[in-house]
Write a protein that binds this ligand. Sequence first.
Ligand code: IVH
Length: 682
Amino acid sequence: MDDSQLYQHLQELRQEIHLHNYRYHVLDAPLISDYEFDRLMNELRQIEAKHPEWITADSPSQRAGGAPSERFVKIRHPVPILSLSNAFDAKDARAWYERIRRLDDRVEHANFVVEPKIDGLTVVLHYQDGVFVRGATRGDGIVGEDITTNLRTLRTLPLRIPVKPDGPKPPHTFVVRGEAFITVHDFEELNRKLVEAGEKAYLNPRNTAAGSLRQLDPNLTASRPLTMLNYAIVIADGPIPTTQWATLEYLQQLGFPVTDTARLCSTVDEAIASYDDFVAQRDQLPFESDGMVIKLNDLMLSEELGVVGKDPRGAVAFKFQAREVTTRMRDIGVNVGRTGVLTPYAILDPVEVGGVIVKQATLHNFDYIAEKDIRVGDRVMIKRAGDVIPYVIGPITEVRTGQETPYEPPKTCPVCRQPVEHLPGEVAWYCVNAACPAQLIRNLEHFVSRGAMDIDGLGIKIVEQLVAAGLVRDFADLYTLKKEDLLKLEGFAEKKADNLLAAIAQSHSMPLARVINALGIRGVGEVGAADLARRFRDLDELSRASVDELQTLEGVGPNIAKGIVDWFARPANRNLLQKLHSVGIWPVETSAERGEQGANLPLAGKTFVITGTLPGLSREQAKELIQEQGGKVTDSVSKNTDYLIVGENAGSKLEKARSLGVQTLDEAGLRQVIGEKAKQRP
Ligand code: IVH
């Protein structure tokens, strides 16, 4: 290939790359793989390396950066780059229409284009004979900053038009206006990566886009996911469309990205009414939008209507309600959720966001406060979007006075003052005190639930009543409830009280697995509890297990094992266990479920019922003795009962046992069975 052929090839290569850039970044419909694309780019770079004199400003190779400039050169715009007047409701929008209708009759029959108002940064793009030669910020509308090198890095910006060989040709001098921005998705991704790399996250897409475009180092701009949408022709020295609708179409044909959510409305009523649709669409738009723009479709008419200050009369921004505001954060409070999670929240100088006065906003978690370096006294950016709970985006560090104080997460639960815990690998801090009043209701709800103690008729309402009345401060208190206390509660009559007490009493005989589950140890659910009950004979044995020992169980990893050990180590929980023991919630796992060990116990498979008062043993002691030897104690006599242990004042159970032929034993007999059998133990 001689030089002239190579030069020809270079031109074709550039054209091809421009087309693929356009297909990929604007149409989202690539024709070739990234790999093939990279090959084309490589070839281009090689030729340009051999012939630096052939490098042109519009070459695709020039997208990625260039030498950082000391400061931006000012550019005088060819015509003023106008702003927009605002309408904040339909009344304002109609008033705008009435004003221009009075100025010109033609407005009466005009149609309108509505477009999303993109919350980004105005860019003014100059083309000379189809080549992107200069790009500027809006500045004050008269003079902007030359950010050409930075703009070249935007993959959606055509460096040369037409991008399609068969596309229309633009006028020689052609200046287009658009909005540069970062999509919500790209912004979140960018922040995620920054936080992962231990860097500070950005506040919002708009500021990040603006900051990125005004970088002195274009390589930095190139690394930010900037994109743009175009909506106006600023000047042209050739024929251009005379309506806004046709302008959008024309720009698109030339290869400029334009919005796909514009709407042509034949009346102003239709335009104003479309506001509701735009609001509804707001969260689905890929970019942040702060309103919709209503534009007269007839651009000549618009031009003739002129401007008021910097605002053209022919268009109006119908704004959405603000979602972000700034205010001062007075302090940080901490909530304890019903799962024990501690959640910090900002206490704010009250501020209006989207029609609502916000006094508090979530800070998500303590890591978030640290990552964003949010300090008490900071001016903070608040966001309230749709159904989302207001949250603090971050501090405005530029306005710090030095009076702000860094925040230290609490070491103890703000409600019960017990130490809080942090699991490795988890962001949240927990209060793990089962008796913490903040968690008590939720913990009780779990304790009485089906898979746990299964106390019928003890729903959340009653749990709340019992806690509110101070009758129940922990699980054990349920078992010392008195009928007269219940009768004082609203909605409780004899029957309801009796039923509840009977249901509670019934739960006395729950096996170990149920009780372990009922304790609500984090990470230990129904299945885990059953596994633990197979390994440990009672809560005492379980409480003495080490992390290592627990980890030998299937499904118990280091976090859960540590959670269990920590739970039993806490004084408040030890206290609770003692109380449970004293009210008789102390199952001893004896059934065949305990596998080898359980099956070998002397009373394995035997079922006992106790009636009347035994002379030398309390009910519970007798129960314990039987369970220790592998026997099971149930409440009522049936044909499955092996022994009825009979004390003084035995009731109907004795009669029933006799009628069923169930063997009866007194205390001495029980001791004998246990003693004799115990001796037979292998
Ligand atoms: S039209 C004469 N259309 O909003 C043309 N502006 O608050 C006036 N903006 O400075 C602008 N999306 O940066 C227009 N679809 C859109 C827009 C839009 C965003 C920005 C633009 C302008 C600001 C006015």
